[in-house]
Design a protein around this ligand. Structure first.
Ligand code: BGC
Length: 410
């Protein structure tokens, strides 16, 4: 007797206007972003530098065409502030024209644009003035945002003011592994507060500059929520910690920016298993490899259901949710196929559970410079051969994703 396949749920057609595509950020793909703090830091501190990255600055049209061919209807990019404002108050007309062409190319390919204004890098002059450690940062950032709104506003569909404010502050001022490599809790909190201020001001400026009587501009920021598991759900102290940390890490940012986001951008990557909380001496987290759990090539646990969990959790803010990043670093492309299918299955569950989710943007469109991991972490739907003139190869996993986009279901 044939067995019934209980794993195949009935077919489901995704919302008509759901946006499919991928994401990237300027410094990670463009190449030769020589005027920002990361470039400086790479050259002072590291043997592996971003250099020409994926040469996307020159090959964006080819990359977007490949994405379009796969069936993408949206693409997330970022604007490199250090190109546009290489010196304080001096705006480079050629740089802005370049980004106009980039955005026009997306339009020609019938792809909606998500544009990030701060994706981890700062113009060197701004970093030298203290970056987001100072209150003045809000003024400088907003001046840049206003310029972008005026020059690019007609071509942008969704504005993402800041990418992952908490991760940025954590890596730069708490863990001290990204520029400016500080470990200073007071500054860490200060940077978060200034980023929230910068977002609020940018939100206002974008609306003031671009809203018309029949169109309201869409502005948000991208946040990286973590999904949690407690080994000792009965332990009061573990629960108290998880409760506090969940508020601090996943929700506080929405309090700091209350009423000033039109949508929530979700970058989902992390699941953490809290083994034990010991008051005053710390928290023990489980090591995924030790439990033979599936991990990516950078050691991050693969936990698709966490995406469902964060989607449900963030639906409480009653604004549309856009998945602005979700992806895996791996040299095993079958693992990437599985990753995409499994995560999209969770998105489908969340849609069926009534959550208003409007996009899935895979991270990333092409292989790219992966911050502290350099070029070993392969996230791309499209592989880059760094040794052979940046040759592009559309991976098989991209074809699997293409099929999903085309049939609008898994
Ligand atoms: C960041 C990307 C990064 C990706 C993978 C996200 O948190 O926005 O810049 O490449 O994670 O690490």
């Amino acid at each position: 007797m044939p067995t019934q396949n209980t794993h195949n749920p009935p077919k489901y057609t995704w919302p008509k206007n759901f946006l499919w595509g991928a994401a990237s950020s300027a410094h990670q793909v463009e190449g030769m972003n020589t005027r920002n703090d990361w470039w400086q830091w790479e050259h002072e501190k590291r043997d592996r530098v971003s250099g020409e990255a994926a040469n996307h600055y020159h090959r964006y049209a080819e990359d977007f065409q490949l994405a379009r061919k796969l069936g993408a209807t949206a693409q997330r990019i970022s604007i490199e502030w250090s190109r546009i404002e290489p010196k304080p108050g001096v705006f480079d007309e050629n740089a802005i024209q370049h980004y106009r062409q980039v955005l026009q190319t997306l339009q020609q390919n019938k792809m909606r644009s998500f544009v990030t204004l701060h994706h981890f890098t700062l113009p060197s002059w701004f970093a030298a003035r203290g970056g987001f450690e100072t209150k003045e940062s809000v003024y400088y950032f907003t001046r840049f945002v206003k310029y972008c709104a005026e020059e690019l506003g007609d071509l942008v569909d969704f504005w993402i003011t800041i990418n992952e404010p908490l991760v940025y502050a954590e890596q730069g001022w708490y863990n001290g592994i990204w520029p400016p490599e500080k470990k200073n809790t007071r500054l860490y909190f200060k940077v978060i507060r200034n980023l929230a201020r910068a977002h609020r001001k940018a939100y206002k400026v974008l609306h003031e500059t671009l809203d018309t009587t029949d169109h309201t501009v869409q502005v948000g920021f991208a946040h990286n929520p973590v999904s949690w598991y407690l080994y000792r759900p009965h332990a009061l102290v573990d629960n108290a910690f998880a409760h506090y940390y969940d508020w601090f890490r996943n929700h506080r940012i929405y309090r700091l920016t209350k009423g000033q986001y039109d949508f929530i951008g979700i970058n989902y990557y992390f699941h953490q298993r809290i083994k034990k909380v010991m008051p005053f001496s710390g928290v023990t987290y489980a090591k995924p490899e030790k439990e033979l759990r599936e991990v990516s090539s950078v050691g991050w646990e693969i936990y698709p259901q966490g995406l469902f969990d964060v989607l449900i959790d963030l639906s409480r803010y009653k604004v549309p949710l856009y998945i602005t990043e979700n992806g895996i670093a791996t040299t095993n492309d079958t693992q990437r196929e599985r990753f995409i299918e499994q995560h999209l299955a969770e998105v489908r569950h969340a849609l069926k559970a009534g959550v208003d989710i409007r996009s899935y943007l895979y991270w990333s469109l092409t292989d790219s410079y992966e911050w502290e991991h350099g070029y070993d972490a392969r996230f791309g739907l499209i592989g880059i051969d760094y040794k052979k003139d940046f040759k592009r190869t559309v991976r098989k996993s991209a074809q699997v994703y293409a099929k999903i986009m085309k049939q609008r279901d898994i």
